[in-house]
Design a protein around this ligand. Sequence first.
Ligand code: SF4
Length: 427
Amino acid sequence: MGSDLETSRKVIDVAGSFRGVYAAVGVHPHEVKGVDNKTLPALASMASHSRVVAVGEIGLDYYRNNSPHKVQRHWFREQVRLAIKAGKPVIVHCRDAGEDVHAVLAEEKVWRVGGVVHCFTGDAGLARKLLALDLHLGAAGPIAFEDGGALREAFAQVPIERILVETDSPYLAPPPMRGKRNEPALAYQVAEALAGIHGLSVGEVARVTSSNARRLFGIGPAPKAGALAYPHQGRLYLNITNRCQNACYFCGLLSDRVFKGHDLTLPAEPDQEPGAQAILDAAGDPSGYEEVVFSGFGEPTLRLDVLAEVARGLRERGARRIRLVTNGLGGRSAGRDILGELRGLFDAVSVSLQAATSEAYAKVCKTQGVADPYPSVKDFIRGARICFPEVEATAVAMPGIDLAACEKVAREELGVPFRARPYVLTD
Ligand code: SF4
C-alpha cells in the first residue's frame, strides 16, 4: 500500500516486478495535510494501473492526529469517491475514529466497490456496523497478543467469509515475535489465532480467507471447479448435484458457487454429473468425521440412485452419522413417494421449510416445474418423522423470512423441532 504519491508510485513498481504482488494507491490520513489539487488526478491515473487492485491506505486517525480531523475527513471522502469511480475496493485505516469512518463509508455507499478495514482493532459493535456496509475486516498481529482477548471476542462475531489475514508489517508482529520487525511470513500466526477463534484448521482459514481476497481484489488462483466433498468444522459435506427445483432468492447456486474456498460447480447435464464411485472416492474415509452431510448447491434427492448408493457406501466405510439436507420436493419430482427408498440410509434429515404459507414459500423459493410445492414439503416432513430417527425443519435467517411463523408451523403443525440457520448453506 502507498501512503502518499511517492510511495504509491513505488508500490506500483514493486508490484510490476514480482509475480503475486499487487499494489494499492492512496494517501494515508497522516499525510493528507500535504495533499493539493494535483494529488487526486495523479492518484486516479495510478488507480487505473493493471497491478493496482485497491485504493488505500486511506482513512482517519484520531490517535496520532498528524493531520487536522477536518482535513482528514475531506480527503478520506474524496479518495473513497475516487475508488468508486475507478471501480476498485478501498483499504481503510481507522484508529480511534470508528464513528466517522463508518459515517463517511456509509454516506458514500462504499458497498458499490467493497473494501477492508485493515488491522481492525475495534469492538464487536463497530464490527457489526462495518459488516453491514458489506466490508471485510483485516485481522493482524493484535488478535494473537496475550492481552488481545477483547479483540478475539470481536472477531469471533465476524463470519470467516468476511475476514482477511494480514500482518501490518513492519508493525505489530504477533507472538513469538512481538516487539520485533513484522513480516508477511508471520501471517501464519494470525491465521493460527483465527483458527482457534473460529474452531477451524489453519488450512481452512487459509483457504477461505484467500478466497475472500480473491473475491475482493480479483487476485490469486481460482479454486478448481467440481468439489464433491469438503470438510468443515469436523463434518464432511457432499455436493452431488447443482440441479434444484427451487431458485431461492438467497441461494449461492444462482450466483457465486465458491463456498468456503471450494468451487461447487458441477456439470448441469444429468448424464455428465459425477457417479457414486467418484463421490465416494472424493469423500475418502468418513469414519473420522462426526457427521457426513449431503448438502451442496443443489437438491440431492434429484439423484436418488446416486444418493442411496453413496449413503450405503459411506455406512460400509464406517460413517458415524449421515444427514440429508433436502428441500422436501424429491417425491414430487420423481412422481412417487421416495421415503421408502431413503429409509435406513440417514440418521437425520433436515428439511428446508423456509415459509409458513404457500404464498410466502412461492416468494422465497421460486419453485419451477412443481405446482403448489409447499403442501408437499410439509407432507414430506410428516412422512420423514416416521422413517428417520431425527427430523428437523429449518429456515435461513434472511430478510423476508418469518422465522417465528416457520417455527410455529414446524413445532405445532408438523411436530418436529425447528432450527433457524444463519446465511450459510453448509448445515
Ligand atoms: S433449495 Fe437449496 S439448493 Fe435449491 S435453490 Fe434453494 S437454497 Fe439453493
